[in-house]
Design a protein around this ligand. Structure first.
Ligand SMILES: [Zn+2]
Length: 302
């Protein structure tokens, strides 16, 4: 069970419409709600291409969880059209629709205020909200401000993956987009980004050890049920993660993220992507191997 705030005394660390979300709000966010349940915000940190969409997908197997995808991308790109992963048009999504009904609603809104607005919009229906914005470059500082603002109800899940796999995935993505491969540059850039994103999480873990958890993509992909049960026990003590609930879309509202967010996946289909060990040219593999030591070894990637 999620912790609860005393009904007559909403603590600073509690979310909800009782909290200050200063500035103009969409009318749907100003209606009063009676909920007092504490909702935890789980932020997935780390670099891109590390399996955050898979982790978010598996977290959302629990009906206690609501997944919002990459919230930072919503703030950055605005004006999202098309469908939410809940299956509705964005404007009809009960969680994003009111927030994105007008271009002005997000004006001046910080990541922290948007997180609070989303939880207010959820109205206490879920015990855990997941934001998979990660900690690359412009988002590296976000977990720190969220932790300061939200207190003990914030958790950072630091997702790490072998930097050679990350780098190769980034190179392949640029190829799919039709841009010139520039492999040495892209490999090096991904290695640097991997450092920045992971060091941000490492620093967070030193500052807030009780709000920090680390998961390796390889462990998640090789033993998803076991890894998720362990993780879930830390995030929501007393709650059980059940693989049979995977794939329900009623609690997934991801506007941005890997294409997998829209797929239907069963636990048996979760497989580690090891294509880089076969396809990555040795020269670039050596380059990333050299650039990422010793942090790479800290996570067990020899
Ligand atoms: Zn939705």
């Amino acid at each position: 069970m999620a912790e609860r705030c005393p009904a007559d005394h909403v603590q600073d660390s509690c979310f909800g419409p009782e909290n200050d979300i200063s500035g103009p709000l969409h009318p749907s966010l100003t209606k009063s709600r009676s909920r007092t349940e504490v909702t935890k915000l789980v932020y997935i940190g780390g670099y891109g291409h590390s399996g955050s969409t898979l982790l978010e997908y598996l977290l959302a197997a629990s009906p206690k969880v609501v997944a919002f995808g990459e919230v930072a991308s919503v703030l950055r790109e605005r004006g999202r059209k098309g469908k939410c992963t809940c299956g509705r048009e964005v404007r009809l999504c009960p969680l994003w629709g009111p927030l994105l009904a007008s271009a002005e609603t997000l004006d001046g809104m910080t990541h922290e205020r948007l997180a609070r607005a989303l939880v207010a919009q959820d109205g206490g229906a879920h015990a855990v909200l997941v934001d998979s914005s990660k900690t690359a470059w412009h988002s590296a500082a976000v977990p720190f401000s969220l932790a300061r603002e939200l207190g003990p109800d914030f958790r950072l899940v630091h997702l790490v993956r072998d930097p050679r796999a990350v780098s190769w995935s980034a190179v392949k993505k640029s190829g799919r987009r039709g841009t010139r491969p520039l492999m040495p540059l892209r490999s090096g850039s991904a290695a640097l980004g991997w450092w920045v994103a992971n060091l941000a999480c490492e620093r967070f873990g030193r500052l807030y050890p009780d709000r920090y958890l680390r998961v390796r993509y390889e462990d998640l992909a090789r033993a998803p049920a076991e890894t998720m049960r362990r993780l879930f026990a830390e995030i929501l003590p007393g709650s059980e993660w059940r693989p049979g609930d995977i794939g329900g879309s009623g609690n997934r509202h991801q506007l941005y993220g890997n294409r997998m967010r829209s797929a239907s996946l069963s636990l048996a289909e979760v497989k580690e992507d090891t294509g880089w060990t076969r396809d990555m040219p040795p020269a670039y593999r050596s380059l990333v191997t050299a650039l990422t030591a010793p942090l790479r070894r800290r996570y067990g990637y020899d």
